[in-house]
Design a protein around this ligand. Structure first.
Ligand code: HH2
Length: 400
């Protein structure tokens, strides 16, 4: 990034669970130990992270924050300009941080764009997105549950179970009865190493379910193919879920624009064939966020009205990456699109607990609750009844 920083993606929300989490983040930014001690006293759970500032800009951010009653933790050598660049963590109430954003807007050293980005990020904290599904507008807090229905022989968890169309249709109806707001029908496994499925075969698998159920309730189709998306839309599908985010077949977004369907764009590193071979990121949250912002913008430019973003848990990510993404959902939600999380029964639960695929209910429900707390708007799960029950109890007992 240059000094005339015009990249608003350098500013993002962070959620800090506790004062130690705040201290750890400040230490990573390069704050002096004494400064960490003083500023930890101003701990707030929601903070704004600004990446890669010129030291002059970092000093202005610090002054503006202090004059607004907020705090900005910057690198210890930003003040002497010995640090070439500094990140900043801004602590304060939403009101104080909104004032910081406003005061920075119009300033030099690239701070105009940073100020506008801070204002946008802070404004997103209180916004609850909505989603129109089959003509019905749904508020996404608490999150909607999306039931998974794989009509494949080889999906990692339910492969082969619902290959028979009658069994698949019955399962879809059961998922709705258990509390799913939408059921995601997939005819191609995207598990690591999965083989490509032809369009003809994918249509043969998914269309009987879409044709039987889409008239009754909202059906999503999990497909990377524009031809499948089109046939599903013609048969009344309510949403398209594209794990390639339109990179495989850009025309998928055009189908969503034409039929005014919500379109899920998901982050994946590599392809299902190679994605799990030693994935690496410098900044997994920042890189996934930048990708989703770009793909959502791309879909919007093609006329899609409702875009949903998904960090793609398990798609080219190791355990640490998956946990960082779940913990940093606020940094994805502040892009202004509903956030979907698909954590259900995935192997990060095995890495944490040793559980085999059919024994991951507890881990899946726990991840759903954490994701809901962090602000996820749609949870894509196999176990709808257990997830819906846990969300209802968590919302009643502890909010959201
Ligand atoms: N995960 C899978 C498939 N589709 N779509 C979105 N948006 N997000 C996800 O995390 C996601 C997804 C993989 O899970 P599953 O469908 O259970 O398995 P398989 O791909 O083996 O059919």
């Amino acid at each position: 990034m240059t000094d005339d920083n015009d990249d608003p993606l350098s500013v993002r929300s962070v959620h800090l669970d506790s004062p130690p989490a705040a201290r750890e983040l400040m230490a990573a930014v390069g704050v002096a130990p004494r400064g960490v001690q003083i500023m930890a006293a101003k701990f707030t759970s929601r903070a704004v992270y600004v990446k890669d500032l010129h030291p002059a800009a970092a000093n202005i951010v610090k002054q503006v924050a202090l004059s607004s009653g907020a705090e900005a933790a910057v690198h210890r050598d930003a003040v002497t300009c010995r640090a070439a660049r500094s990140d900043a963590v801004l602590f304060g109430t939403a009101k104080q941080l909104a004032a910081v954003g406003q005061k920075l807007t119009g300033q030099d050293f690239g701070l105009d764009a940073v100020g506008r980005a801070i204002s946008r990020v802070v404004a997103s904290w209180d916004a609850v997105p909505e989603l129109t599904l089959k003509g019905e507008c749904r508020r996404l807090e608490p999150p909607l549950v999306m039931g998974i229905l794989n009509v494949t022989p080889d999906s990692f968890s339910d492969g082969g179970e619902f290959a028979d169309p009658a069994a698949a249709v019955a399962r879809a109806r059961q998922l709705f009865a258990e509390g799913a707001a939408v059921v995601d029908v997939g005819g191609e496994s995207t598990r690591p190493g999965a083989a490509y499925v032809s369009e003809k075969e994918e249509l043969r698998r998914v269309m009987p379910v879409v044709e039987a159920v889409a008239g009754e309730a909202p059906v999503s189709v999990d497909t990377r193919k524009a031809g499948v998306a089109r046939r599903a839309a013609e048969a009344g599908a309510a949403m398209i879920n594209d794990v390639s985010a339109g990179r495989d077949e850009p025309a998928t977004a055009e189908v969503c624009a034409e039929f005014d369907l919500p379109y899920v764009v998901m982050h994946m590193r590599g392809t299902p064939g190679d994605m799990q071979s030693d994935p690496r990121y410098d900044d997994v949250v920042g890189e996934v966020r930048d990708f989703l912002a770009a793909r959502a913008g791309w879909a919007k430019a093609r006329g899609v009205r409702q875009v949903i973003v998904d960090p793609g848990i398990g798609f080219g990510k190791n355990l640490e990456h998956n946990l960082a993404l779940i913990n940093n959902i606020p940094a994805l939600a502040d892009l202004g699109y509903p956030v979907m999380i698909g954590h259900s029964r995935k192997s990060f639960i095995e890495k944490l607990t040793g559980a085999e695929v059919d024994g991951r209910l507890g881990g899946s429900v726990a991840a759903a609750l954490v994701a809901a707390r962090r602000g996820a708007h749609l949870l894509r799960v196999h176990d709808v009844a257990a997830t819906a029950q846990a969300l209802a109890v968590a919302a009643a007992a502890g909010g959201r």
